[in-house]
Design a protein around this ligand. Structure first.
Ligand SMILES: NC(=O)c1ccc[n+]([C@@H]2O[C@H](COP(=O)([O-])OP(=O)(O)OC[C@H]3O[C@@H](n4cnc5c(N)ncnc54)[C@H](OP(=O)(O)O)[C@@H]3O)[C@@H](O)[C@H]2O)c1
Length: 331
């Protein structure tokens, strides 16, 4: 393979145009070769607007192009498993949007399919590539809050268009799938262990999806974590780690943009320290990491089996919310 991975995008999704097109184009080891849409004209218009050399009037046509090495999949959640499997069968590496699938079983099948073909597969939780997260890992490891006992996260925003994919149950919509999945993911990333029990309460949208959810996780060590997520509340994306000696807070935990960010450390009312982290495009760092894994045949930092563990937690939270908060084992 050459020194750059040649990417194609399946669909003209908003997140592609807003974040991944600039990320791929700006990456040192990647180039964007094509975009596909269900409508040829839409693909052509998108390709023209973003200077992408090729457009395709079907997803299959892009998968059939031998010049494409890697596919980015920003389709509705319910379509992630099917199109990832089709892309893998076509011999392509896949960076798929979060959540990787709508069930843990599907995510395992996707991981097996990638491994069987020695192809790379990763879930596009881009926030993990921001240096503020590695800084938090180091701070917690070095005892910045003492013993970590509890975490809290929130990811909410207000969606007003009823036709949005997030309000459609058949497309895998819902606030937990969309933004709560980040909260669960950051807990698991920082806890260094998997949660064993979940409890949740939801406010249901007339369409049947959870438009708001509050969830609690219990880890085997006794560590607890709590989050709320919503498609109906003002924008918040916070994270807090509470320990025996202090607390650590992020006010822009998941989408800090490219401006600098801050980590707040408190060890008492008068002992407050603010760490500044330089701004960066976390999407570009994700694309560069994934491209590097392809070029060097190494495993991504976060593989598809890790994504299946996140989905196990989401499944338990949904079971609990459907049973009005009954505690559920994570299996
Ligand atoms: N990592 C992040 O920061 C981030 C941010 C936002 C969203 N996401 C994820 O990215 C994915 C897409 O989200 P989005 O908000 O960008 O979606 P979107 O703008 O609604 O785009 C989804 C695309 O999927 C295609 N599609 C195929 N079948 C469809 C159907 N039945 N209904 C609607 N669209 C269909 C359409 O493209 P064509 O018509 O061109 O085929 C459409 O443009 C989701 O999985 C979401 O969770 C991630």
């Amino acid at each position: 393979m050459a020194d750059r991975v040649r990417w194609g995008i399946l669909s003209t999704a908003n997140i592609g145009r807003a974040a991944l097109v600039p990320a791929i184009v700006g990456s040192a080891n990647a180039e964007l070769l094509g975009v596909a849409s269900r409508e040829a004209e839409r693909a052509f218009g998108y390709a023209t607007r973003y200077n992408i050399p090729n457009s395709y009037g079907s997803y299959d046509a892009l998968l059939d192009d031998p010049d494409i090495d890697a596919i980015y999949i920003p389709l509705p959640n319910s379509m992630h498993a099917e199109w990832t499997l089709r892309a893998l069968r076509a011999g392509k590496h896949v960076l798929c949007e979060k959540p990787l699938a709508t069930t843990a079983a599907d995510a395992i099948a996707m991981a097996d399919a990638a491994d069987a073909r020695n192809l790379k597969l990763m879930e596009a939780f881009m926030y993990r590539f921001h240096p503020q997260i590695s800084a938090v890992v180091t701070l917690l490891d070095n005892g910045a809050v003492g013993e970590l006992m509890h975490m809290h996260a929130a990811f909410t925003f207000r969606l007003t268009r009823p036709d949005n994919i997030r309000f459609q149950p058949e497309l895998g919509g819902g606030s937990l799938m969309d933004v709560g999945s980040y909260c669960v993911n950051i807990f698991r990333t920082l806890a260094d262990e998997e949660p064993v029990e979940a409890q949740a309460f939801a406010r249901w949208h007339p369409n049947g999806v959870d438009e708001q959810m509050v969830g609690t996780l219990l880890f085997a060590s006794g560590l607890t974590a709590q989050f709320d997520c919503a498609l109906s509340l003002a924008r918040r994306e916070t994270f807090l780690a509470a320990g025996t000696e202090g607390t650590l807070e992020l006010t822009r935990a998941f989408l800090p943009g490219t401006a600098s960010t801050t980590i707040m450390l408190r060890r008492g009312y008068n002992d407050v320290e603010q760490r500044t982290i330089a701004g960066v495009d976390e999407y570009r760092l994700m694309v560069e990491h994934f491209s590097d894994c392809i070029l060097t045949n190494t495993r991504p930092l976060f593989d598809a089996r890790e994504a299946a563990n996140n989905l196990r937690v989401l499944e338990a939270l949904y079971r609990s919310a459907a049973a009005n908060g009954r505690p559920e084992q994570i299996i």
